[in-house]
Design a protein around this ligand. Sequence first.
Ligand code: UTP
Length: 301
Amino acid sequence: MTTSQQTVRKAVIPAAGLGTRFLPATKAMPKEMLPVVDKPAIQYVVEEAVNVGLNDILMITGRNKRALEDHFDRVPSLEDTLEAKGDMAKLESIQAASNLGDIHYVRQGDPNGLGHAVLRARQHVGNEPFAVLLGDDLIDARDDLLSTMIEVQAKTGGSVVALIEVEPSQISAYGCADVQAIDGEGYVRINKLVEKPDVDEAPSNLAVIGRYVLHPEVFDVLERTGPGRGGEIQLTDALQELAAGEGEGYGVYGVVFRGRRYDTGDKLSYLKACVQLAIDSEDLGPGLREWLPGFAAGLAK
Ligand code: UTP
């Protein structure tokens, strides 16, 4: 592990949103618990954090936190049953979730926005840089993003966001970044962030996705950030202030991700993500590959 990876030790995973785009599925459970192939989305995200050495994980939970806590806890009776049956593969699959890092929970109370959720992490995180991972965005385990972001944070001393290039017509669904290249570096400096701009007002086609490595100065900024878009305390507004200011902990940088990302935040993207990931899975892939072309050909008729 490099020195830069050691500087960031904690991951914050906000999971307190109302998930209205997924109602009624999210009436009694957080959308982060929706299964993507055979694991809840949040397990992919926790595994991603643990894979880059972030073993101290704080989840920001809402009113339906029980399913989350249960999923990452042990279930001795189920383990005993599987062991007695000799079903070691299933035993290992359920133990995998309870052996992931050291998971802590804090309630958000009122879901007043992503910025508000991140501010709830202040006491646990303290005065050190930390990662924020959203359960909506799954990054393929074969592609690297977070460890590069951690390195850029260590190098710049600021905060780092993850960016992807989208079709210009798609940009109004995202936070959009106005960026400036830095000579000789693979990352960019963020001049400005605009939340969900109209297509003709977007400064670029670079969209912010759900991975951040933040300087703890963000907490002071969030404390004074008032409600923004939708009446919620927006992380983007705090990042905008960090991008525009100067001094210790200021400056925001972007890492452009060109790997495989699966959006699970709305129903259609979620269905596509499930198919994409299942196609690559060892047990489901062959059957799905056999069935899908015929099914699609039937649709094309
Ligand atoms: P979204 O913007 O996707 O909102 O949140 P949402 O409420 O979860 O879903 P919709 O739009 O109503 O369908 C992005 C991330 O921020 C978390 C969510 O859980 C999600 O991981 N979040 C959002 C919070 O933790 N608290 C909030 O107040 C808002």
